[in-house]
Design a protein around this ligand. Sequence first.
Ligand code: NAP
Ligand code: GCO
Length: 266
Amino acid sequence: MEFPKSFSLEGKIALITGASYGIGFAIATAFHQAGATIVFNDINQDLVNRGLASYAEAGIPAHGYVCDVTNEDQVNELVQKVEAEVGVIDILVNNAGIIRRIPMCDMSAAEFRKVVDVDLNAPFIVSKAVIPSMIKKGHGKIINICSMMSELGRETVSAYAAAKGGLKMLTRNICSEYGEFNIQCNGIGPGYIATPQTAPLREKQPDGSRHPFDQFIIAKTPAARWGETEDLMGPAVFLASDASNFVNGHILYVDGGILAYIGKQP
Ligand code: NAP
Ligand code: GCO
């Protein structure tokens, strides 16, 4: 994909959290193609090693670090290490996330807190760690990976929806508080994307038929398909580049039209 100069990320350093695979890996790949230096973390060394192998296979010289994004000390140490070993972070993508699909009344407070910790508290912690250097440098880009559940609820995802709804508002608040320092904070709201996180919703049934939820999403999506991680690459480069310097506090939904559509009649 050829990008005009304003879409270039040449000379920029990008940290994508939880990017050993899935959406984060695709976004990191797009940033590399646009010229950025790639830094990623994951929660343990095995995942970081898996990510490093995948990036190497794709010809991407990525820098990988072990860091639990919910742990403020580990995050601060990560940012200090990256600044010393790679350079000041110009672009942050808060991608790391988890989901627990449990009916609310069956969900423990600890399970609820864990989801909120990763999906909402961690983006706060990591953003707080990188903003001071972005201010000193005179620019910065923060992209929070939101969700359909930043706008919609559904059964069994109360913690995730609460977190992703909060992440939408954290995005708007970072925009409000730091826009004057030439920091743009936006969100990407992926629709239903084929990754390990949604694999349980797409499993073939014993009789070989499609999972009921799979059929449901196809009927709810005008594009009549699940998204692929590649569908997020262009939007992410746009929000990470100078082409979006006057876009701030915006959630860009990359959902094949789900939010605009009542759904195909049965
Ligand atoms: P994924 O395949 O589950 O990958 C998430 C990554 O985050 C994994 O590498 C995971 O490591 C890592 N992670 C989890 N907790 C972490 C922590 N405490 N510290 C550091 N890394 C951590 O998810 P995905 O489908 O690529 O989704 C990526 C993001 O997009 C998430 O925020 C998700 O909520 C969001 N999203 C996904 C979809 C979708 O349809 N797939 C749609 C909208 C939004 P582990 O392997 O150890 O868990
Ligand atoms: C679910 C899915 C969704 C997607 C995504 C949609 O169980 O409904 O996991 O939450 O992951 O967030 O945008």
